[in-house]
Design a protein around this ligand. Structure first.
Ligand SMILES: C[S@@+](CC[C@H](N)C(=O)[O-])C[C@H]1O[C@@H](n2cnc3c(N)ncnc32)[C@H](O)[C@@H]1O
Length: 370
């Protein structure tokens, strides 16, 4: 059985066809069901629901394979997904962005199930693939699946992948399969000049998506965003999502806006730009009908919130509480993006140097070649 995959590039099609995804999916996986207390991940067991389990294993969706770092609640439910087999279509696009060829040496950060490592091993040769996983139990499971599918020569390392893996460096390519907010310069120093680092940038308001960096001789790397993607964050860069709690909107300051908050959040180009300019704001849409509902903005660190009531026509009522005025910040960032000429996500140029990373608007074709 083969996962249904959109737009698979030719060179990887054989790997997707030959590597049996279900061998990498553990017998216990997790499904989301809305819960009242925020614990909304529920188990799905292969021995109890084998057909459902197999369907999940081969759907063109991510498969959640661990919750709460392997420590679900006593009632057997979970809150946060902490490991998964990524969305196959995203995996395919990231492999295409990696532009790796047989014989190239690749480091993967975030082994998870080991499925992506097996795809890499199928095309590049198992001896050319190193994969690093921070969670020992997850790493052991992946190692067993790689052994069982004939990819036992892949080097599976249990460690913090933000350090890369110096022992086998340098690599022609690094692929990161956990969300990144701060790009460790170590990844750049462990990649050969001219090599690539492909990673999912993440963020609270809007995950920017897949970033492809090219490494330069001077030890810097530059690159731009490609397809959208949402990944769980690297362990050390996690930002807990806000737990549901009642908010008394009557306590908020009342204003109104003509800007439709859901439409700007739903425009990726706008939302990525807003996400670059506001920090720590989570958004959540609670619809009541097709064109009414509430757009929530939350900052759990400062206990700030905003609730924007959606209606068929503007103006929309805004209520805000806490020390930050979250909607005002989002609206200001949105207006800034409009003033800049509504640039698309590809206009953001990311640069990583030994002293840090920066991102600036530098439309393709100007001086900002990567
Ligand atoms: C989306 S999953 C990876 C999917 C995987 N590539 C696959 O094919 O199944 C992300 C993985 O990254 C791991 N991870 C998180 N932080 C890490 C870190 N600092 N170093 C290495 N692995 C990390 C998580 O434990 C999780 O297993």
């Amino acid at each position: 059985m083969v996962a249904k995959l959109a737009d698979l590039p030719g060179p990887w099609l054989q790997a997707f066809t030959d590597v049996p995804r279900h061998t990498f999916i553990p017998p216990l996986v997790w499904r989301q069901r809305r819960g009242v207390d925020g614990n909304d991940m529920h188990p799905l067991r292969r021995d109890e629901e084998p057909d459902e389990w197999l369907a999940v294993a081969y759907a063109n969706h991510p498969v959640d394979t661990q919750v709460d770092d392997g420590r679900p609640a006593e009632d057997g439910t979970g809150h946060e997904v902490t490991s998964s087999a990524s969305h196959p279509a995203v995996v395919a696009d990231m492999l295409a962005a990696l532009d790796a060829e047989p014989g190239m040496r690749v480091l993967e950060v975030g082994t998870g199930t080991g499925y992506n490592a097996a795809l890499l091993a199928h095309r590049l040769g198992p001896e050319n693939v190193v994969t690093v996983e921070v969670d020992p139990q997850v790493a052991d499971q992946a190692k067993a699946a790689l052994d069982a599918t004939g990819f036992g020569k892949v080097t599976v390392v249990t460690a913090d992948g933000t350090e890369g893996y110096r022992a086998n460096a340098p690599y022609d390519r690094i692929i990161v399969t956990a969300g990144v907010t701060t790009i460790p310069h170590t990844w750049i120093t462990q990649t050969v000049p001219g090599g690539r680092v492909v990673l999912p940038m993440t963020g609270t308001y809007q995950p920017p998506g897949i970033l492809t960096l090219t490494v330069h001789q001077d030890g810097t790397a530059r690159g731009r965003l490609g397809r959208p993607a949402a990944f769980m964050a690297l362990r050390a860069q996690r930002v807990p999502r806000p737990r549901g709690r009642p908010i008394d909107t009557d306590t908020g300051a009342i204003s109104s806006t003509d800007v439709h908050p859901y439409r700007i959040a739903g425009d990726r180009n706008a939302a990525v730009a807003i996400g670059m300019r506001v920090h720590g704001i989570h958004k959540h849409y609670a619809p009541t009908t097709d064109d009414t509902g509430t757009q929530w903005l939350l900052d759990p660190d400062t206990d700030s919130w905003a609730a924007i009531g959606l209606a068929p026509q503007p103006p929309y009522e805004v209520r805000q509480g806490g020390p930050r005025r979250l909607w005002d910040e989002v609206q200001t960032a949105y207006r800034w993006w409009v003033d800049q000429g509504q640039p698309d996500v590809g206009a953001w140029l990311f640069t990583v140097t030994p002293t840090g990373q920066r991102v600036e608007l530098e439309p393709n074709g100007s001086s900002g070649n990567t």
